[in-house]
Design a protein around this ligand. Structure first.
Ligand code: NAD
Length: 288
């Protein structure tokens, strides 16, 4: 049996269309949704991410405001910019591209963003609201993973999900979202001795580890659905290539459905960012 390949690009396009429709509805009411993107430093991967976000914003009919700051910008200057963006009525969402240079405290910057403009969903108020099952701006990557699962499986009620990884930006919010969908949720991480044995019991496995192809055939129950969040650049046969946290070639013969890397979770993250920006603008103008 070969698994169904979950087409993240196609589903992301659908999410982007929804964001565009939402943005158009706001514009009919005289509101131009706006997203500020802040990049500090010259990290090449971050530059690519920022460029893609600005392009997708244009596609969704969202105005973007780019703020590119030099690597040596002080924490105080970044905080001053956040303060200005927090106050601007034309900015509904603020995204600070991570990682930040070492001399800047990431958590301090995230907490300085007005929680209702925190379209990355990293602010403690949004993370806490999600844990409590209250309305929140949800972190884009796990939000995108949930959408992929719902498009693939429909109702997730009662399914057993294992989330591999417990980071604040993927693993923990992913587990909270799955719980909200009435799954039985297990989180495994680097300190769990036999994580594979737990994952092997799951109907759904979401891998967010940052270890190339860690999740191989031994981790997967026949017929499970597998979402691969990992983006790892490796050198193989003299070539540089991107691979996930899942051993795609092995797991595709066991799982019922699997996301590829690239073309799975990646495109969903940006599309969900656009959806969050529209949601933020809608909430800020109290339109429900
Ligand atoms: P992280 O380093 O913050 O967390 C990794 C987690 O994996 C930790 O909780 C750790 O305990 C766990 N882990 C490590 N080794 C393990 C093992 N052997 N068994 C079980 N668990 C183990 O990483 P992150 O920020 O959550 O990112 C994870 C991956 O997802 C990375 O490859 C990252 O590039 C990718 N990512 C992709 C997107 C996207 O848009 N597709 C977004 C965010 C992150």
């Amino acid at each position: 049996m070969s698994a169904r390949i979950i087409d993240g690009k196609a589903i992301a396009q659908k999410v982007l269309e929804e964001a565009r429709a939402g943005a158009a509805r706001l514009r009919e009411r005289g509101i131009e949704p706006g997203l500020a993107v802040v990049l500090v430093g010259e990290d090449p991967a971050s530059q690519v991410y920022v460029r893609n976000k600005v392009l997708k914003a244009a596609e969704a009919g969202i105005l973007s405001f780019e703020h590119r700051l030099s690597t040596t910008t002080s924490e105080a200057d970044v905080l001053a910019l956040i303060d200005e963006l927090n106050r601007r009525d034309d900015v509904h969402g603020i995204l600070v591209q991570l990682p930040l240079p070492r001399h800047i405290d990431e958590q301090k910057i995230i907490e300085a963003i007005r929680y209702d403009k925190d379209v990355d969903g990293f602010h403690a108020l949004n993370a806490g609201a999600l844990q409590q099952g209250r309305p929140a701006l949800v972190a884009c990557t796990p939000w995108g993973c949930l959408r992929l699962l719902k498009e693939t499986l429909g109702n997730l009620d009662g399914k057993h999900a294992v989330v591999v990884g417990r980071s604040n930006i993927v693993g923990k919010p992913m587990a909270a979202l799955l719980l909200r969908e009435n799954c039985a949720v297990t989180i495994v991480h680097s300190r769990v001795p036999d994580a594979a044995a737990l994952a092997r019991q799951a109907d759904i496995v979401v891998a967010a580890v940052g270890r190339p192809r860690l999740v191989d055939a031994h981790w997967i129950k026949p017929g499970a659905t597998v979402i691969d969040v990992g983006i790892n650049r490796i050198e193989e046969n003299g070539k540089s290539r991107l691979v996930g946290d899942v051993d795609f070639e092995q797991v595709k013969n066991i799982a019922a459905a699997i996301t590829p890397v690239p073309g799975g979770v990646g495109p969903m993250t940006i599309a969900c960012l656009m959806q969050n920006t529209v949601s933020a603008a809608t909430a800020q103008h109290a339109i429900y």
